[in-house]
Design a protein around this ligand. Sequence first.
Ligand code: AMP
Length: 121
Amino acid sequence: MSAYDKSNVFARILRGEIPAKIIYEDDYALAFPDIAPQAPVHVLIIPKGPYTSFDDFSTSATDAEIIGFNRAVVAVAHKLGVHESGYRVLSNVGVHSGQEVPHYHVHLCGGAPLGPLLSKS
Ligand code: AMP
């Protein structure tokens, strides 16, 4: 993927230029509801650093950022109360995945049985 684009919508949320209902924040991550939810619980969790994707983040972020971010994802699941019923964590990377926003994010979905991982087509 190309260089990080500071004008992407999640960078703008991080800078406070676009409103979002923040449901969790720490030194490494920010979480807010997806604007077009596809499950009863559908939250996006983003790292605070400028990484384009899971691929970029896992390659270039520090160990502290990677550990901190993953711990934040779990903290969000617990905060939302889906850790016992179960949930799905998913991240799109690049064109074939349909990634729309070029700032690394994971979708955390739950609140009901989610069905198959991928729809058949
Ligand atoms: P992806 O296709 O994995 O890049 O997912 C991007 C997600 O960001 C989509 O599910 C969108 O609904 C969501 N999204 C786009 N803009 C916003 C926004 N301003 N606030 C919350 N979610 C957003």
